[in-house]
Ligand binder design. Sequence first.
Ligand code: SAM
Length: 397
Amino acid sequence: MEMAENIPCNSVVGGNFKEVCPEKVIRFKPPLYKQRYQFVRDLVDRHEPKKVADLGCGDTKLLKLLKIYPCIQLLVGVDINEEKLHSNGHRLSPYLGEFVKPRDLDLTVTLYHGSAVERDSRLLGFDLITCIELIEHLDSDDLARFPDVVFGYLSPAMVVISTPNAEFNPLFPTVTLRDADHKFEWSRMEFQTWASHVANCYNYRVEFTGVGTPPAGSEHVGYCTQIGVFTKNGGKLSEPSFSQQCDQHVYKPVYTTSYPSLQQEKVLKFVLVGELLIQVDRLRLRYQRMLRDRDREKDQGPKPGDTDSCPAPHLLLGAVFTEAEKARIESTPKPFCEGEKFYIPLRRLLTYPRLHRLCADEDRVRSLIADSVCLSSDGSAVVVDLHNSWDYRPEDN
Ligand code: SAM
């Protein structure tokens, strides 16, 4: 935790500070690093980038937050500290739940050991590059190289740079630089002059903001962390770049993982068959109940007011459908029985929203499920036994 998150101060509580009495220590709430990450997450929400790289990714916390965004298909972290990457890579691997409920789109996450001031063609064509609390760690030679690599060579559609605002530092008890590894800390004027010059040189526009609101009475010092958001003029997202063709692989890959997604046939098949079998079983049980109710009515006559003893289709085992969905389902061929075999037309199954979302093409579904599910001879319906040994039957008692 950096000092700016735990500052003795006599100021009135304001903004996102919380006063902790009696020591008069104030803390950022949420912590400043979380506010920085949230800033990036809000940008991702707004711009939906497909390819995102975090330069100086450190212990990969930001990457871990970003990997849940469905729009992101390639997520890359780069850091000069190889040890940090080795010890944190495993945080980025898929959870069990991500296999059970896979993403819609593929996602690959890769960590590279390397410097943000080296050119590596695998980082070309990105939509967003973030440099969170990185530039103040660059010495003057590297800082001079940085714009040419990031803006000139990598040339992503958007770059976010955050760095400490030195004007905030007098609010700390005894601070010259906030971290022993910082080579400099800039005032707002210094950062904005540098950033505007970079934006001008490489045809970007830049907007300035920040996170970490100063306490009441100290508003003049500005945010604790200053942020520049650079947007390439006329830049489109995920444009394949000509220079991508000349491979220049300088970074060392340290870790890579691919997430299961519905774009992968074996994953789609697994999820589709599972979902289909659940729906088939719901319909089978509903059909059994309808037969039982019919037999009971034959024996006892209908109960008063009991016009349709079969449960409404929209209330079956917790599934709730809209009127339009119910109408679509009811417009398709109904399930039926031949002897002890229960037939559920594929056309009907595919109107159920969860299955429809997975794959709406009947022929494709047929080919995906053919070796896992029994189909009727013409392939139009799924066939199962109406009764199976797991069913509860009062006569079994
Ligand atoms: N961005 C992360 C965050 O906000 O949590 C980590 C910030 S940490 C203050 C700075 C990181 O930049 C460190 O992990 C450090 O190893 C890395 N770094 C320093 N110089 C670098 C360079 N030239 N290229 C890539 N990473 C660098």
